[in-house]
Write a protein that binds this ligand. Structure first.
Ligand code: AMP
Length: 282
């Protein structure tokens, strides 16, 4: 496995790879089975697989979240080596944000730019687009692997790729969960003892939404679902039913063939997001 810290060294290496398509998995490190599944998806497609580890400061709307973000580079490199990742890119902030090299892309996000995650995390997606556009420019992959766990991010990056005419196939990868149902996240390591026995309720609630979806009006289902998360250490930011194709918020059943339920919850001081298809397909 090769490790690169600069754009120049990365490019000199990747320019020599011609026998396989390049598959790229951007991450912020603190790697877990969710990230592993993206690397595996890339390898399964026969790609020369490049992962990046970069905690991107511009996508953190909350400074203390950036400071507290887990950093486990040695363990990450070991995991990537064992799983058979071909190359890892770990640039410094100064390498990514070289003067003039990483403008915020000019992309029309429509409603996606101001609802759900965008409403609660101001500036977050501008930072995500900025870093993903810059990384794509450096890595120049044929395939980009991203998780459905961050559904709005995935959809926004798809818009960005289309609008900027970037030649890359975005491959969505399913959510990997713990046996309790909790979606695996780097932030889970910060969950405290009070909330840990209860965080499976996020998944339970989404499952309930899926089971009840065809029999219950959306407004009533939303009310019941919110009740399930009504505990003193949870603060629900949103729970919505969306058209799975364009992520518009639904108020009634007839408005979409494919429906995904999404939620964001603070579990004490850790913010968790999750989603589940409750009707139809992605
Ligand atoms: P992050 O390191 O949190 O920025 O995530 C890097 C990539 O891993 C993103 O495309 C995420 O959507 C994806 N990812 C994170 N957690 C999971 C999970 N539990 N299952 C599948 N993909 C995930």
């Amino acid at each position: 496995m090769f490790l690169f810290k600069t754009e120049l060294a990365l490019r000199q290496h990747l320019d020599k790879i011609s026998s396989k398509p390049i598959g790229f998995v951007p991450t912020m490190g603190a790697l877990h089975r969710g990230h592993e599944s993206l690397i595996e998806a890339s390898k399964d497609r026969g790609c020369y697989t490049v992962a990046s580890i970069f905690v991107n400061p511009t996508q953190f709307n909350d400074k203390s979240d950036l400071e507290k973000y887990p950093r486990t580079v040695d363990a990450d490199l070991e995991l990537l080596y064992h799983i058979g990742c071909d190359a890892v890119f770990c640039p410094a902030v100064s390498e990514v944000y070289k003067e003039g090299k990483a403008p915020v892309p000019n992309v029309d996000l429509g409603h996606l730019g101001n609802t759900l995650e965008a409403a609660f995390r101001k500036g977050h997606f501008e930072g995500v687009m900025q870093v993903v556009a810059r990384l794509l420019d450096m890595v120049r992959p044929q395939m980009l692997f991203m998780g459905q766990k961050d559904l709005q991010q995935l959809t926004i990056i798809q818009h960005m790729i289309q609008q900027l005419g970037i030649e890359v196939d975005l491959i969505p990868c399913p959510i990997v969960r713990q046996s309790s149902g909790l979606a695996i996240s780097s932030r889970n390591s910060r969950l405290d003892e009070e909330v840990l026995p209860h965080v499976h309720l996020l998944h339970d609630t989404l499952m309930y939404c899926r089971q009840q979806f065809s029999e219950t009006p959306i407004s009533a289902l939303k009310e019941e679902a919110c009740k399930k998360l009504d505990l003193p250490f949870f603060k629900l930011e949103y729970l919505e039913f969306l058209n799975a194709q364009d992520l518009t918020i639904l108020s009634s059943h007839g408005d979409a063939d494919n429906v995904v339920a999404v939620l964001a919850v603070w579990a004490n001081d850790v913010r968790l997001i999750d989603n589940m298809l409750v009707h139809g397909k992605f």
